[in-house]
Design a protein around this ligand. Sequence first.
Ligand SMILES: Nc1ncnc2c1ncn2[C@@H]1O[C@H](COP(=O)(O)OP(=O)(O)O)[C@@H](O)[C@H]1O
Ligand SMILES: [Mg+2]
Length: 286
Amino acid sequence: MFIGTEKLSHIYMPGTPYATKALEEVSFSLDRGDFALLIGPSGSGKSTLIQHLNGLLKPSGGKVIFEDRELGSDSVDLLALRKRIGLVFQMAEEHFFSETVYDEVAFAPRNLGLDEVKVEQNVKLALERVGLEWEVVHDRHPFQLSSGQKRLVALAAVLSLQPEVLILDEPTAGLDPGGRLHLFALLKSLNQQAGLTVLVCTHHMDEVADLADSVLVLNRGKVIMSGPAHDIFARRQEFNKLGLSLPEVTEVMHCLAAAGLPARTDIYSLEQARAEINSLKRRLEK
Ligand SMILES: Nc1ncnc2c1ncn2[C@@H]1O[C@H](COP(=O)(O)OP(=O)(O)O)[C@@H](O)[C@H]1O
Ligand SMILES: [Mg+2]
C-alpha cells in the first residue's frame, strides 16, 4: 500500500464526558499517482482522517500506512514524513504569519535547515508550480493578494518541500467558480505532470468530479462508499439521503432517465453529458 489506513479509529477527549468518536474502523488505500476525492457531510470525520495521514493526530485504534509501513512505528521518522506528505489546511491563509509571500513560502524549507540559496530555489519553483509570478508576488504582503492568490500561496508553501503526496482540506472553500476551476485544474496538472498523489476533500463536485480516479465517502466516521468515481457517482439515492450533492450534469442525466429517456446516468462531466445527449438524439431519431 502506498498510503492509506487500516481500521483507523479516533476518539477526541477519550475518557471524558465529552468523548467523541470521530472515526470508526476506516480503511482505504491509494496507489502512487492516484487522484482521489474525500467527501461526506459536515462532521463526518474528513478533517480528522486527513490529519492522521501525516501524523498530526494519533489513532485511538488501527493504523495509518505509508509505503507499507505503519506511521508511528519507530522506523518512520515523522519529520521526514511531513516532508513527503504535504497537507494544506482548510482556510490555510488564516494562519499566514509572514510579512512577505517569499517568507511565507520559505518557512518550511528554512525550518528544515536548508541554506538560503536552496530555500530560494525551492520558493521559486513552488511559486512557478502554482502559476504565481515571482516578480509580481514575492515581496508583497500575503494579505494584499486576492483570495484565490492567497490559496495558491498556501499551496506553494506546502509544495516548497517538494512532497510526493498532496492532501488538501476543502481547498476551494470561499472561492468563486473561476477560482475553483483554476485550483482543481492546477491540482490535476500537479497529479499528471509532476506525478503527485492527490487526496482532496471537497463539497464542490461540479468542477472536480471528472478529474478524480476514486472517491471515498464518509458518514458519521465510517466509510460508506469507496471505489472508482464512475461507480460512486451513479449511486444518486444514497447521495441524496446523505444530503450530498452530485455534479449538476449527473442530476440532469438522472432527470432525463426519470422522464423515460434511455439516457446513461453515470455521467459526471459536461463533456460526457454532451456526448451522451448527442448519442441519445441519434438513437431517438432512428
Ligand atoms: N478538536 C476536536 N475536539 C473534539 N471533537 C472534535 C474535534 N475536531 C472534530 N471533532 C468532532 O469530530 C467529528 C468529526 O469532525 P471533523 O473531522 O472535523 O469532520 P468534517 O471535517 O467531516 O466536517 C465531529 O463530531 C466533530 O465535532
Ligand atoms: Mg472538515
